[in-house]
Write a protein that binds this ligand. Structure first.
Ligand SMILES: [Ca+2]
Length: 113
């Protein structure tokens, strides 16, 4: 089970609703997964995310998405136990799917309070 997501990020969101922003990050991560995963092992490692962050041509919005993934890398990576294939502290597609589902649910339950 993942730790509580870091909520400080949400307060800095100025465009769109938080759950909309999260869906954008998820879509971005899926779309660029193979590009970020330079060694092609099916996991986004911290160093691969950092490399993408500093790559020329990465625009400000993409950088904010990558910064979110870096800031929450450990939590996202811990969301799903991939079994024997699991790489600690690296993000798989399964992690992304489960993590974003989880935090959107958390967020929506908070907004209903
Ligand atoms: Ca990788």
């Amino acid at each position: 089970m993942a730790d509580q997501p870091n909520n400080t990020w949400f307060s800095s969101v100025t465009v769109g609703s938080p759950s909309y922003e999260l869906s954008q990050i998820k879509e971005f991560a899926y779309r660029t997964f193979d590009t970020i995963d330079r060694n092609g092992n099916g996991y986004l490692e911290y160093t691969e995310l950092e490399t993408f962050l500093t790559k020329p041509g990465t625009d400000a919005r993409e950088k904010s998405f990558i910064e979110f993934l870096l800031a929450n890398c450990d939590n996202i990576a811990d969301t799903v136990d991939e079994g024997e294939q699991s790489m600690p502290d690296a993000i798989s597609r399964q992690d992304l799917e489960a993590y974003f589902k989880l935090i959107v649910e958390l967020l929506e339950s908070e907004l209903q309070l």
